[in-house]
Write a protein that binds this ligand. Structure first.
Ligand code: TXA
Ligand code: MG
Length: 324
């Protein structure tokens, strides 16, 4: 059982901590974020230290509502207003041209800023009470699986974070969809569970895949969101043979029950639908990672568009870091 959801006293303490330049982990509907006052560069610097993340990676600024967009972004195109109206509060991040005052630590030294209005009631309460922008990457150590519960945050960051606001399990379960509207054509920098066809209809244009000229997105690194245990994807019809062939201790994430003849250290039966699968994905990967096995096998998922973001995350989880 998780602790009770953060209440008014917790929010007040969190606001005081943010004002004092300290770190507050907060729940969002996508994953938990590691927050700091976005207008305080020393506070933002602490985020990078706590995560062990390179300082040239930009962080998202979370705000209470789209009315705050102009505080952080300028030259805001009509397309941004249309997407904001349709999808905020919610699991979408917009990359826009930044206001000159926005710290290089937030933008990664780029001329753009990522902005999101989360819908989680605790995030909303925090942002409304704080008033300003909260810079916040996912509350995990760099390159690791994003946390979807307060307990995961404590596992990842321990006393590197001053306050962890409790908000239950994140609904969406994987990171926001990032849409870049700072250039001549809208681009999809990171897929999430947002309905892309609907976004494209609103934009009246297809979303370009990120090109080489796109801004840095750490979520775009080939190995990211990764368990520590070596992880491989396997086609459904090859799974049984792979389990049998593996000479080591194996754990499996598959969208079906374990065939009784297959012996594994752990078999997790994942939901059949994309939303359910995304909701549980990171906690399942954490569970399998804790199993102490030599190999995690993940049954590959459908190729349809509603599974795009899940295929993206599984692809990154299954890529081992390059050994220099
Ligand atoms: O769902 C989410 O987006 C969560 C919750 C906490 O909001 N946050 C999250 O943050 O996933 P993070 O830092 O783990 O991933 C945000 C991504 C990073 O890959 C970062 O590079 C990118 O957003 N990003 C932030 N600002 C950007 C900018 N100005 N241009 C391009 N990418 C940017
Ligand atoms: Mg992250």
């Amino acid at each position: 059982m998780s602790a009770a959801t953060a209440g008014a006293r917790d929010i007040a303490a969190a606001v005081a901590a943010l004002r004092a330049g300290r770190l507050v982990a907060f729940p969002s509907e996508t994953v938990y974020g590691l927050g700091a006052d976005a207008s305080n560069p020393d506070a933002v610097r602490r985020i990078f230290e706590a995560k062990g993340r390179p300082a040239d990676h930009p962080v998202i600024v979370h705000v209470a509502s789209a009315a705050r967009l102009g505080d952080w972004a300028r030259d805001i195109p009509a397309a941004a207003r249309a997407l904001a109206d349709a999808f905020w509060p919610g699991p979408m991040t917009l990359v826009l041209r930044r206001q000159p005052h926005v710290s290089d630590l937030v933008t990664g030294g780029q001329d753009t800023v990522g902005i999101r209005v989360p819908s989680h009631p605790v995030a909303q309460a925090l942002l409304h009470a704080f008033g300003g922008g909260v810079a916040g990457p996912s509350a995990n150590r760099f390159g690791r699986i994003s946390p979807t519960t307060a307990e995961h945050v404590r596992e990842e960051l321990g006393d590197r974070v001053d306050i962890v606001l409790e908000g239950g399990k994140s609904d969406v379960g994987i990171e926001s969809t990032i849409i870049d509207l700072s250039g001549p054509e809208p681009a999809l920098l990171r897929p999430g569970m947002l309905d892309i066809a609907r976004a494209e209809a609103l934009l009246g244009a297809p979303l370009r895949a990120p090109g080489t000229a796109s801004p840095r997105v750490s979520g775009m690194l080939a190995s990211h969101y990764a368990p520590r245990t070596p992880t491989r994807q396997v086609a459904p019809d090859a799974l049984a043979a792979e389990v049998v062939a593996a000479s080591s201790r194996v754990a499996v994430l598959a969208r079906r029950v374990r065939p009784p003849e297959l012996v594994v250290a752990r078999w997790i039966e994942a939901p059949l639908d994309a939303a359910g699968y995304a909701h549980d994905l990171y906690s399942h990967l954490r569970t399998l990672d804790r199993e102490g096995v030599d190999l995690i096998l993940v049954e590959s998922v459908p190729g349809s568009s509603d599974w795009t973001a899940i295929r993206d995350r599984l692809g990154r989880a299954a890529t081992r870091p390059e050994i220099p």
